[in-house]
Design a protein around this ligand. Structure first.
Ligand code: PEP
Ligand code: MG
Length: 889
């Protein structure tokens, strides 16, 4: 293998091998731009070194050969006493990575060659300044000496001279500083500063290799999901000097504004300095535009080069450059980081400039960036220190008075107060309070806990599982770490994007992108800003490209209408259990407790018109688009009173010898229905098969509502979905009953109803027997929440708050499988079931309605396996549309 590439040998597409920096230096070299000559040691060499603890056998000779070539080209030798060649050694992985060793400059200087450099440059001060920089950087990054020791010595030298900036130190001051620095190295590293230039270079190269595995670098890779086995390249580059006097300097620049995307002159320049001075902020830089008056020739050349780079990379580039005595040198370039807003603006600007097409524009933005643009945010400048941190469950910024129960949340919000609902965890009873609140904070539960799922569905800010907070709902207070007590009515702020919790009020700004999706701001209108315009256009690109359709998870007309505004092409999941709350709970309670057929039928009869009305509204809101109604799913005990509360009530009544017949009956029922593992108990289709008349009542309500809409000249497109099916027999029974009810309604109303009946695939057995199940199902919708739960054996309500942090830290997975589909496990079941289902029934419709339907990476997977649609909460629809478009490019 070849381990070393001259800059003339590489190109920008070799990032795996040469790292980002090396690949781009090569690219610039081959574009004919002024890059100081040099070479790159490959990531392969690094991998060998890291695996075996030794550099590959061939490396030393290859480096020697490239160094020879460099020396003959430059006409001087590394560290040559009378006229030294100096080089920089810089790390450069495929992805830019803070936490890794960055740069050692001026390698080749020694007690001997510093004098030669002084002579050649005609500047003694410069030479000694360069030498002290080498010892400082080398000491810190190669020999591991605490950098503050050097900084302190430098400060002492400045104090002694009563000067504030290092340029005011004389050659003699710097000589003394070199002596002091060498002593620091000796003392701290237990060795002399190496005088042999090749030894300096080799040690620096090894230090770069080693820096791949520092704790900080590893942590960064885990967080950013960068694989640990890539390794880093090392760039050895001949030195050019920005610190040779006022006609020299160094700077950074962007080819356009990374915040707005606007073209113009953006960057900073520092006269008479080397690169790290800019980063360290030792002296104040001037805006790049001022370079024009300092050095017009270099400025004009730089502008020209920036244009060349933009046209070549067809993107915003950031660059580092140095001017040595009026000669401009390019030290680095890369496609620049940008804010989420700028990503959208730049993509459309580049389309307008004819540099990229629509397809490429879609690759320049991400769903995560769009999601970021959709949340209201805390004003950056006004934040205080967080008092706690939980799981960032539903992004956004919310401020309000802490309340500890739903009733108070509703009451206070009715009187105009903004509240944050604080609970240990939420359950369907809290729904009213959640709607009334600005945000939800819980101390238990993970990303798919009730609070998280419902909040995301509503687009409401939520922080869950903030375990350090002691929430005491009885005493209506919460204790934060450190002991401070938040009482009911105290203001708190929660950031659903970071999971952070703050005391007091933090100012919030709304998202213009949401205003646009909501139709409150129109692209093309005078008041629409550039961002909205850009988002509007990119969404149109995505919609033109995508094959996947996007539906919404919505349970009421209001959500449905919002989903439509956001671009939903139907409802993929209406969870009917959400329609049984509030006033209707009593009716459900009666249904569950019914001892006789008559009692049960009575309560079902009472529920029917209510359900029907729900559906009429929903079908009207989604007129002309498919609406998948899922029959009742959740465990029954969720509809019954809390077992402890009820026991207390019964016991109290007994001791007072009061009548408590009803409560007693209720308590017996609650005991009977209580389950250790409710998620795996009496739910879904099992419920429909056990409670006679329940599913048929729901089917009747759907059918009658559809007929009513039809009579009103509407175009209802209802689909009936059966949850938690494990075997085709369950489905067959429900189907038979449903078909009969539908036939009755058709007969009675004289309307032909085409109601497709399908099933959720959310149990492994359903996936494994999908070929049989498809005999009785006209569509499948993958319930990837339950499928993930059952495939992994992870309780969706508990694990994220209990051991997922440890799993993430150990790298068992990079992200929760409840958030991004686990392709290998859950995903392969989805793939298998899709194929088996379609083999039985070629026109089987396939969709997904678990949380993954709105997750960017998962959307790509669902596109790849050929689903027809994804369904997600209304606020995630734009993200799903965008990612479906990106997946199709
Ligand atoms: C699922 O399990 O993925 C699903 C959509 O159903 P629910 O979340 O209501 O169980
Ligand atoms: Mg489910």
């Amino acid at each position: 293998a070849k381990f070393v590439y001259d800059f003339t040998e590489g190109n920008k597409d070799l990032k795996d091998l040469l790292g980002g920096k090396g690949a781009n230096l090569a690219e610039m070299t081959n574009l004919g731009l002024p890059v100081p000559p040099g070479f790159t040691i490959t990531t392969d060499a690094c991998k060998v070194y890291l695996d075996s603890g030794e550099e590959p056998a061939a490396l030393r000779d290859e480096v020697s050969a490239h160094l020879d070539a460099l020396e003959s080209r430059m006409g001087k030798k590394l560290g040559q006493a009378d006229d030294p060649l100096l080089v920089s050694v810089r790390s450069g992985a495929k992805f830019s990575m803070p936490g890794m060793m960055d740069t050692v400059l001026n390698i080749g200087l020694s007690d001997a060659s510093v004098r030669g450099l002084a002579e050649q440059a005609g500047d003694e001060r410069f030479a000694w300044d360069s030498y002290r920089r080498l010892i400082q950087m080398f000491g810190k990054t190669v020999l591991g000496v605490d950098g503050d020791l050097f900084e302190d010595a430098l400060d002492r030298a400045k104090d002694a001279k009563k000067v504030t900036v290092d340029t005011e130190l004389s050659a003699d001051d710097l000589k003394k500083l070199v002596t002091a620095f060498k002593r620091i190295v000796e003392k701290e590293a237990g060795r002399d500063f190496p005088q042999d230039p090749r030894e300096q270079m080799d040690l620096a190269i090894h230090a770069v290799f080693d820096s791949w595995n520092t704790d900080r670098a590893k942590l960064y890779r885990r967080q950013e999901r960068i694989p640990h086995d890539l390794g880093t390249a090392v760039n050895v580059c001949s030195m050019v000097f920005g610190n040779l006097g006022p006609d020299s300097g160094t700077g950074v620049a962007f080819t356009r504004d990374p915040a707005s995307g606007h073209q113009g002159v953006y960057g900073d320049y520092l006269q008479n300095a080397q690169g790290e001075d800019v980063v360290a902020g030792i002296r104040n830089t001037v805006p790049l535009a001022e370079l024009e008056s300092i050095d017009k020739k270099s400025y004009d050349r730089l502008m020209q080069i920036m244009e060349t780079l933009e046209n070549h990379y067809k993107d915003l580039c950031d660059i580092e450059f140095t001017i040595e005595r009026g000669q401009l040198w390019m030290l680095q370039t890369r496609v620049g980081k940008r804010t989420a807003g700028a990503a959208f603006r730049i993509a459309t600007q580049l389309v307008d400039q004819g540099l990229i097409d629509e397809t490429e524009a879609l690759q320049r933005v991400t769903g995560a960036q769009l999601a970021q643009l959709m949340f209201p945010r805390f004003d950056e400048h006004a934040r205080t220190r967080p008092v706690g941190r939980g799981i960032a469950a539903s992004p956004g910024a919310a401020v309000g008075k802490a309340v500890f129960d739903s009733y108070t949340a509703v009451k206070w919000s009715r009187s105009g107060e903004k509240v944050i609902l604080v609970r240990r965890e939420t359950n369907p009873d809290d729904l009213d309070g959640m709607i009334a609140a600005e945000g939800i904070l819980t101390s238990r539960g993970g990303k798919t806990s009730h609070a998280a799922v419902v909040a995301r569905g509503m687009g409401k800010t939520c922080v869950c599982g903030a375990e350090e907070l002691e929430v005491d709902t009885k005493r209506r207070r919460m204790v934060v770490p450190g002991g401070h007590v938040v009482e009911e009515g105290d203001l708190i702020s929660i950031d659903g994007s970071s999971g952070k919790v703050y005391l007091g009020e933090t100012p919030v700004v709304p998202s213009p992108v949401v205003e646009y999706f909501e139709g409150r701001m129109h692209a093309g209108a005078d008041d629409a800003d550039e961002l909205v315009e850009a988002v509007h256009r990119i969404m149109a690109f995505a919609d033109r490209k995508r094959r996947l359709r996007v539906r919404a998870n919505a349970d009421n007309a209001e959500d449905a209408l919002r989903a439509r505004r956001f671009g939903a092409q139907g409802i993929g999941l209406c969870r009917t259990e959400h329609m049984f709350l509030g006033d209707r709970r009593e009716l459900v309670e009666r249904l569950i407790l019914a001892d006789t057929d008559t009692e049960r039928e009575e309560s079902l009869r009472a529920l029917l018109p209510l359900q029907k009305q729900d559906f009429v509204e929903l079908f009207e809101a989604m007129d002309g688009l498919p609406v998948t109604v899922r029959l009742l799913d959740p465990p029954l005990h969720e509809f019954l009173p809390d077992i402890t509360e009820l026991s207390v009530r019964v016991a109290l009544a007994e001791s007072r010898q009061e009548s408590h017949e009803n409560d007693l009956r209720l308590l017996q029922a609650v005991h009977r229905l209580h389950e250790q593992n409710p998620m795996l108990g009496l739910r879904g289709v099992r419920l429909g098969l056990v409670i006679p008349g329940l599913f048929t009542m729901q089917v009747r309500a759907i059918a009658e509502a559809a007929a009513e809409r039809r009579a009103a000249k509407g175009d209802p497109r209802a689909e009936i979905m059966i949850p938690l099916v494990g075997t085709v027999q369950e489905l067959e029974i429900v189907r038979e009953e449903a078909d009969q009810v539908i036939a009755e309604v058709q007969e009675a109303t004289g309307t032909e109803l085409r109601l497709a009946i399908g099933t959720m695939i959310e149990l492994p057995r359903a996936a494994l027997t999908a070929g049989q199940i498809a005999e009785a199902a006209e569509f499948f919708s993958f319930g990837t929440n339950d499928l993930t739960q059952t495939v992994w054996g992870f309780s969706r309500d508990d694990v994220e708050a209990s051991f997922f942090t440890a799993y993430l830290e150990k790298g068992i997975f990079g992200v929760s499988p409840f958030e991004t589909i686990d392709r290998d496990g859950v995903g392969s079941l989805v793939e298998l079931a899709s194929a088996a289902g379609r083999a039985t029934r070629p026109d089987l419709k396939l969709g997904v309605c678990g949380e993954h339907g709105g997750d960017p990476e998962s959307v790509h997977f669902f596109h790849e396996v050929g689903l027809d649609y994804v369904s997600c909460s209304p606020f995630r629809i734009p993200v799903a549309r965008l990612e479906a478009g990106r997946a199709a490019t």
